[in-house]
Design a protein around this ligand. Structure first.
Ligand code: G3I
Length: 450
């Protein structure tokens, strides 16, 4: 035991010395990384949030969620179907876990969501209810869930997605059973259960000025006139690359002019896969446009992304062939969109890898095999360690790598330096190679250094 301890401390001492040596070779100050997004957002009094899955809040996922964001939204954990799958039998485990994690990391929580047509428990949707029963169920659910987290949540998406695209009300369990006043009833019940939480109506395709957002505008104005508690509107912002509406800021402003808060609650920007550098560049511009629109309006409280990594996004399941919608790729490497968000929040946009590039090339190729090479080169910057990632677009599989440590999970490959070639000096380069298998085609993937 004793010698093991000594061995460990000697090893860590040696690592420390090695790191110190390596640090001397790191990029000059001009290339220092930006602070985390949450520090930039705090300085602007804005929210930068992410939807999260409770079971994933460990390891790299947990580190990024805690480090980069000042607000969390449970992606599914607080929905009625999650918390009361069987009538009268509750499961708060994931919701509690997320709220605890947020508090431990000095983050606020956005509750999502109390009254929706989707992800309700079967017993509720399949039941036959009188209006009086439905009204009681609604009140009880809100009193219980909002009450449970009273004083701990910054905001609630009280009513989710009440409108059709043309601005008419969506025919839901609630609308059909209680009429449009289910909305006022829900807001009133939420206020009673937690007077401190900001109460929102949240919907999608209401980012720009259009029939649906105008219906939302008219609704919240009439609620205000009637004295119904309403503090804000949530614009979900599930967008498509290259298709950010031009009127986002104007739309945010008109809600703000009503004295309401506006939050971008579920931002993601999807693309047809595979991603390539042109699409990722456009996506960064799109993220920047949404961020800038929010930053420009004082009452826009901030932006929450609907999952921060492509490995935790609803898009591929719902839109087959589409994805890459979030600011981090599946291997947790920040994408251009991440840097666009940082820049919108006042960051310099510099990154340690500025001035360094990774280039992927196919050396030789035969029947079903090939040799690939990656070169990492720096000019005006230097690295003390490196990690590259890419996603194979045609089922290629790495069989063996040298001068790097590579792992492949599905199509996603991550390679990091070997112990002896982490340093890439200014003006220098390193290479590593691998053998792979292919069939059909062997397209060159987009490679990310970060
Ligand atoms: O939990 C089960 C798991 O046990 C099972 O093995 C698996 C098999 O499909 O399904 C899992 O449940 C899935 C759940 O997400 C958790 O991953 C559901 O099938 C799936 O339908 C559900 O999708 C969620 C979707 O809402 C439902 O409409 C997404 O994760 C969630 O991101 C998404 O979020 C909504 C917002 O609440 C409202 N705005 C739109 C947004 C995107 O649809």
């Amino acid at each position: 035991m004793r010698s093991l301890r000594t061995g460990l401390s000697l090893a860590s001492l040696a690592t420390g010395v090695a790191m110190l040596g390596a640090l001397l070779f790191t990029a000059p100050a001009a290339h220092a990384a930006d602070p985390p997004l949450r520090d930039l957002a705090d300085a602007k009094s804005k929210v930068i949030g992410t939807a999260v899955t409770g079971s994933k809040l460990t390891g790299t996922y947990g580190e990024i969620a805690g480090r980069e964001f000042n607000s969390l939204t449970p992606g599914n954990a607080m929905k009625w179907g999650s918390v009361e799958p069987t009538r009268g039998s509750f499961n708060w485990a994931e919701a509690d876990q997320i709220v605890d994690f947020a508090e431990a990391h000095g983050q606020q929580v956005r509750g999502h969501t109390l009254v929706w047509h989707s992800q309700n428990p079967g017993w509720l949707t399949n039941g036959t209810w009188t209006s009086a029963q439905l009204s009681q169920l609604l009140n009880d659910h809100i009193a219980l869930e909002v009450g449970r987290y009273k004083g701990r949540l910054a905001a609630w998406d009280v009513v989710n997605e009440p409108f059709n695209e043309d601005g008419t009300y969506r025919q839901t369990l609630w609308y059909n059973g209680l009429g449009v006043d289910y909305i006022a009833q829900a807001l009133t019940a939420a206020r009673a259960a937690d007077p401190a939480a900001r109460l929102y109506i949240n919907d999608y395709n209401v980012e720009g000025v259009n029939a649906k957002s105008t219906a939302l505008y008219n609704l919240v104005r009439s609620l205000q006139e009637r004295g119904v508690p309403i503090d804000g509107v949530g614009l979900q912002a599930h967008l498509i690359v290259g298709q950010v509406p031009s009127s986002v800021q104007q739309n945010i402003q008109r809600f703000a002019d009503l004295g309401l808060d506006v939050a971008i609650t579920e931002l993601d920007i999807r693309m047809q896969l595979p991603a390539d550098s042109a699409k990722l560049t456009q996506q960064a511009a799109d993220y920047r446009a949404v961020m800038n629109a929010c930053v420009a309006v004082a009452r826009c409280t901030g932006v929450t992304v609907w999952g921060f990594t492509d490995s935790d996004s609803w898009i591929p399941d719902t839109f087959p062939g589409q994805g890459a919608a979030t600011p981090y790729d599946e291997n947790y490497a920040p994408k251009p969109a991440y840097h666009a968000i940082a820049e919108s929040l006042g960051g310099g946009g510099s990154r340690p890898t500025d001035g360094c590039t990774a280039t992927y090339s196919v050396g030789s190729q035969w029947n079903t095999g090939f040799t690939g090479q990656v070169r990492i080169a720096c000019s005006g910057a230097a690295l003390s360690s490196w990690k590259v990632g890419w996603t194979f677009g045609a089922g290629q599989q790495i069989t063996q790598a040298w001068n790097a440590s590579c792992t492949q999970s599905g199509a996603a490959v991550t390679c990091s330096n070997a112990s002896y070639n982490g340093t890439v000096p200014d003006g220098g380069s390193v290479t590593f190679g691998f053998n792979g298998s292919w069939s059909g085609s062997n397209p060159v993937p987009t490679i990310t250094l970060g």
